[in-house]
Design a protein around this ligand. Sequence first.
Ligand code: 5GP
Length: 178
Amino acid sequence: MKEIRILDKKFRELITEKAIRNRLDELARQMNSDLAGKDVVFLGILNGAFLFAADIFRRIDIKARISFVKLASYEGTSSSGTIKELIGWNEDIKNKTIVVIEDIVDTGNTLERIVDELAIRKASEVKIATMLFKPAAFTKDISLDYVGFEIPDNFVVGYGLDYDGYGRNLPSVYTLIK
Ligand code: 5GP
């Protein structure tokens, strides 16, 4: 098993590049079949989902557009702490089928924030795609339509995901060695 170091931490390979490629083929095939005939906007969530979004989108052969939004954190003035705002909307999503493209769903807090925003913006249908999913950490009642891999509740990097800004360019997914 491949091991790498990023800054002060060591990681072990969890999902190989080949396994990711095979799963991308399967997910895209399923999407092409499920979403045929619809007016679809793929909505990538930056930064982490940029690779997954690109790799999925190049496999999509139905009529579709892609757009990206970013979750910006800033310190709130209230005791609730960090507030996350979705910025960068430049696509009219009203009455469209939206496929949210996430890198990883952990607690589901981020996803819930996005789903709420899509409801406010009156998307007609929302599908959720995530490359990675940590079922043991998930606390929400939101169904995930396309899941790449279910993984244990342990910190991972690679394939778009970072540790302190590094590791996003790794072609496979690595898990933290504690
Ligand atoms: P949630 O809101 O579901 O708890 O977390 C979602 C976000 O937290 C992801 O989009 C990602 O940015 C970050 N995150 C959650 N788990 C991990 C992980 O294991 N590794 C990395 N690099 N980021 C994670």
